[in-house]
Design a protein around this ligand. Sequence first.
Ligand SMILES: O=C(O)C1=C[C@@H](OP(=O)(O)O)[C@@H](O)[C@H](O)C1
Ligand SMILES: C=C(OP(=O)(O)O)C(=O)O
Length: 686
Amino acid sequence: MFTTEFLDLPHLARAGGSVQLPGSKSISNRVLLLAALSAGTTTIHDLLDSDDTRVMLDALHALGCTVTPRQVTPGQPVQITGIDGALPNNARAQLFLGNAGTAMRPLTAALAILGGSFEMTGVPRMYERPIGDLVDALRQLGCQIDYLRDEGFPPLRIGQPDFRQLGSTGAAPIQVRGDVSSQFLTSLLMALPLLASTSPQAIAIDVVGELISKPYIHITLELLARFGIRVENHGWQRFVIPAGSRYQSPGSIHVEADASSASYFIALGAIAASAEGQNGIKIEGVGLDSIQGDIRFVEAARAMGAEITGGPNWLHVARGRWPLRAIDLDCNHIPDAAMTLAAMALYADGTTTLRNIASWRVKETDRIAAMAAEARKLGALVEEGAGFIRITPPAAPEDWRAASIHTYDDHRIAMCFSLAAFNPAGLPVRIQDPKCVAKTFPDYFEALFALVQPGAPAPVICIDGPTASGKGTVATLVAQRLGFALLDSGALYRIAGLAASRAGIALQADQADRIAALIATLHIVFAPDQRVLLNGEDISLAIRTEEAGMNASRVSAFPAVRQALLQWQRDFRRLPGLVADGRDMGTVIFPDAPLKVFLSASAECRAQRRFKQLIDKGLSANMHDLLADLQARDARDTQRSASPLQPAEDALHWDNNAERTVEQAVQQVLSWWQQRQPFAAEESAV
Ligand SMILES: O=C(O)C1=C[C@@H](OP(=O)(O)O)[C@@H](O)[C@H](O)C1
Ligand SMILES: C=C(OP(=O)(O)O)C(=O)O
């Protein structure tokens, strides 16, 4: 996941390949709760691991369910041992439910019926998302729920219910409004079997007013059936839970991939020209047999021009009509995926209108307002109303503008606007707070980058300089702040030197071809945890000794060795960008890099820095020897004929002497980078 303050997407041109999507949020959180209420143990395969499911898992754990393992591990199922319809007497817990509607609402209903002493809390936005219709419905039954702040909104306190009045009202249906969120009805449908299990009569729920987002009720009914509860659906108006209904674990259950998450990749296939040698985008894990209503996004995308084929659990999407066709659509049945249509509308041949989406206003943010504001920043014309949005794309490529997209802590805003990087003007797009995708799709950007190709080679920031100038530290931090990949080219020469000396090859010029041939056989891995592996062995420390540094300097003087490592280094170039640290990054390896920085410092200062580094690592060091070695390396690095150490003509210089801090150097590089971005002015105005 990208945890940077912002993520700059360079202009994107093409896409192709296949993507395996993470599990459905709506299915994951329903299955977790149903498993928790059931008798027996349920093994859940392909559960989504995201903020929304984590709050649900934590809540279930706090309520005494056995959850193994406690953290979702990719490829490993999660086992939940349920409470069999009852909590211990005097159960109490404070539950933090983040901004997960699928946790807050269903848990509120279930706990209000089970009884105990619970506080339901969340993030500030959760306290602006309505829950009054659900509380009103539960109070009809005798549930004890208090608002801790504003009437009609979380946080809530739940107490012990009093079901005596139920007897007197007999089997009167419970009324619930359906026009603000379908999650209220879903919550009742999942909680009321707890009452029906001991009730002599069936329990009926009547929907008052229009029921929005109906397909989510379909998911609820499908999953209830898997857990032994067969609800009668009378025309989406009345739902009847038979007397004696009792939760029974299905033993094992599989979570489909998320159909709403699929919408971004369907849109990608519809918008992007196919990458060379590829034919569109294959989406795996969800397909035409899905129980998720958002699969009907496929129809809308087809109407706009996408060419989509599919099987039970896969889809294939290719660009068809181009530009896309503008549409006018009632989107009530696909409230989440419809946002992706708004992103597709930026590439349509006219004005697209998305109607019947009033619920957008009470989700992660006011999504109608947010979509309108951000699409306008890109140059689109947008009209909005209480329950619709109308988008006209920028008229010509030159009407597009480079924008820094505010994401409002809303995963879907971030994912939707990543698609704006395909704009015809060749502009980059900045996504602020990219980690907001953690709500349902933590690795969204990684998945996107695996499929797309930039319009021009991915950006590179070169940081060159002599040994111990501090470039490694600065490069690492700059890469972290921007979410860029890191190339420590010195490490490659260190590895080459180490491998050659271990192979018994003398590090001298007449052996250069042998060393180059050896390099071609090496299997080198720079692990995400900073470890460096050579043919499977952790050599992170072995390449950091002074001797390894000297050997690196020796082999790096041989043109054949430099040549053998050239493509290796260039292959590090990837999205969203690269920070390359070395001696000839700006001059030889990435001469087209948009930012080149040359760090320098006096030999004494660098010797001091190296001394400290070695001591900190627990290695022995001697200042006098270090200075002499460093001067010898400087001489070799600057005097070698093959790519000698020298600043690129267009490099910006930073004197990294002792009185300057690492943070100052990092800030300077970031500020030079920022000045090169087209949204620099807008950003500094914020
Ligand atoms: O039940 C569900 O899983 C959901 C229902 C929908 O909400 P509304 O019913 O509030 O539209 C949807 O937007 C949400 O992401 C998930
Ligand atoms: C509306 C959404 O979430 P929630 O489940 O919190 O309602 C969403 O994921 O788009």
